[in-house]
Design a protein around this ligand. Structure first.
Ligand SMILES: [Cu+2]
Length: 69
């Protein structure tokens, strides 16, 4: 399922790259597109979606960015 997140705190390419790299480590994510200019993150996660979404949000926040709904 496709997740669309609003992410605060990204200022440049290395921010979006850091998030992409972190989320790629999960085996349930794919097609990760993080855009620092738009402040968005779009990716696919497998079931169970709610659990995986929670892990994605937690991982983004652990590296210093904030997910707003
Ligand atoms: Cu940056």
């Amino acid at each position: 399922m496709k997740l669309e997140l609003k992410i605060e705190g990204m200022t440049c390419n290395s921010c979006s790259n850091a998030i992409t790299k972190r989320l790629s480590k999960f085996d349930f994510t794919s097609n990760i597109h993080i855009d620092h200019e738009a402040g968005t993150g779009v990716l696919e996660v497998t079931d169970p979606v709610e659990d995986h979404k929670e892990q994605v949000v937690k991982a983004i926040e652990q590296i210093g960015y904030k997910v707003v709904q």
